[in-house]
Design a protein around this ligand. Structure first.
Ligand code: PAN
Ligand code: ZN
Length: 190
């Protein structure tokens, strides 16, 4: 493989020459938002685009490679809960990831299989290190697109399994006009 460049548009997150463009609409996030009635009502109106990812993943799936790209979470809410990515553990749990925020305002919600959790604020200039073993989900709490640039090892893979079933332990919702962390009522054992 030869060196190559791509170019990120810091206003809209578009990654020129990206190998892959993924779009996730509300309909592909069934069961992910805690307010099911609000989800159904919103989906009835429109199958809104929630987030997009431009990625360079055409390299071999080996630890020495670095998959990278941009993630754009559009602004919006389902009930009180902010628009967010599905979120995942890495399939190879012992792999880390770096996120750099280039636009907008959000949080990264994170947790380990052992029950630790953390929510770090994302705003332009912030570089976040997601250590090995920490599941991660980007959440847009602002009124503009939340745009991040991410880099992770080529062998990491994605494990959506447990999060699709019960979500993260904590949710980020709007309370009194501000983002607030609450317990996820759907989380098994709660
Ligand atoms: C990112 C994420 C991206 C979309 O590339 O995959 O932000 O989020 P979901 O994969 O949770 O839908 C990353 O963390 N890769 O490892
Ligand atoms: Zn990841």
């Amino acid at each position: 493989m030869k060196p190559f460049t791509t170019e990120i548009n810091t206003e809209n997150g578009f990654l020129k020459n990206a190998h892959n463009h993924l779009q996730r609409r509300l309909s592909s996030m069934q069961g992910q938002y805690f307010d099911a009635a609000a989800y159904d009502a919103l989906l009835k109106k429109e199958d809104t685009l929630v987030y997009e990812v431009y990625e360079n993943i055409n390299m071999p799936k080996v630890p020495g490679e670095l998959y990278h790209g941009s993630s754009i979470v559009h602004p919006g809410k389902v009930g009180e809960e902010f628009f967010m990515t599905k979120g995942h553990f890495h399939q190879v749990l012992d792999t880390a990831e770096v996120y750099s925020c280039v636009h907008g305002h959000g949080y990264m919600m994170m947790e380990t299989p052992e029950g630790e959790w953390a929510a770090e604020e994302l705003k332009p200039g912030v570089v976040l290190y997601v250590p090995p073993r920490w599941a991660h989900r980007s959440i847009n709490v602002g009124t503009n697109d939340l745009i991040t640039f991410f880099v992770y090892p080529g062998d990491a893979g994605h494990d959506y399994g447990s999060i699709e079933v019960k979500g993260f332990r904590k949710l980020l919702v709007e309370r009194g006009g501000k983002p607030a962390v609450i317990d996820n009522p759907r989380w098994a054992g709660v």
